[in-house]
Design a protein around this ligand. Sequence first.
Ligand code: C2E
Ligand code: MG
Ligand code: MG
Ligand code: MG
Length: 277
Amino acid sequence: YDAKRGGGGFALYDGARHAESGTALTLVEELRAGITGGQLVLHHQQQVDMRTGRVVGVEALVRWQHPRLGLLQPARFLDLAEAHGLMDALTDEVLGQAVRQLARWRATVPDLRMSVNLSPSNLLDTVLPDRLAVLLAEVGVPAEALTLEVTETVLLRDPERSRAVVAALSAHGVEISIDDFGTGYCSLAYLRDLSVSELKLDRSFTADLLRDPRTEAIVASVVELAHRLDVRVIAEGVEDEVTLARLAELGCDQTQGYLHGRPVPADELRLDLTPAP
Ligand code: C2E
Ligand code: MG
Ligand code: MG
Ligand code: MG
């Protein structure tokens, strides 16, 4: 090798390129190891029944306790997991933790339900329904106590295959919720054809409800449509009492949001919220 040949410049460029892709690769590799190494933790947020004011469900929301970067929110790593084929492992880990936690809580709150989010690739995983059935049987939690939240966009990827996975999940008795309802490509055919148990009204509707009559018209109509299909409606992102009261008037069945509590680790979650006097 002739050092004066100009190869140094090439080596420098090459090194920089590797360093750059190396950083991204490191985070993926760290995530891969973190998923199996117990670094994923679940935070939980209450879902409150409108009529009784009681906590009837809990949504599990994943976080990554990164050894150097601290507690990472899902926005920091879900896309990475999805892009690098780690979502099956991530979801298995989340479902395992969620179902076990649900079993612990149900020992004192027998009817409590748990909601877990699924990602687009989960609905292409045709073996997920059977793995989940095995988990539920192992832990001793009835499938009916579990709600899986899918977004409208998730169903668009490969509609036929996703429908089959959703059908298999509901055949096992697990409930299906359409998350962030109203923001995606919302096809009424899904509501007709899939066995959906819940619509989760997107936070943007909740946030605009009081100041925008058109939002209110949409919420009122969605609630009526859902109820005619025997589907319950939960509003997400409820942050104040006035919005809660309006949602009650509009017939919304459940609410979730900072008003009741922020997502917290299981041992900090209050399941005994009492309605305001
Ligand atoms: P999502 O399922 O729609 O969850 C609601 C998000 O809104 C959560 O953010 C929650 O912390 C936040 N939130 C709850 N109440 C309020 C409120 O009153 N006001 C406001 N401003 N925000 C509120 P988070 O935990 O950062 O999760 C973001 C998204 O990441 C979730 O949206 C869900 O799509 C996804 N995600 C979370 N955990 C998992 C998981 O285990 N698996 C998969 N595949 N996705 C997950
Ligand atoms: Mg959700
Ligand atoms: Mg949502
Ligand atoms: Mg949302």
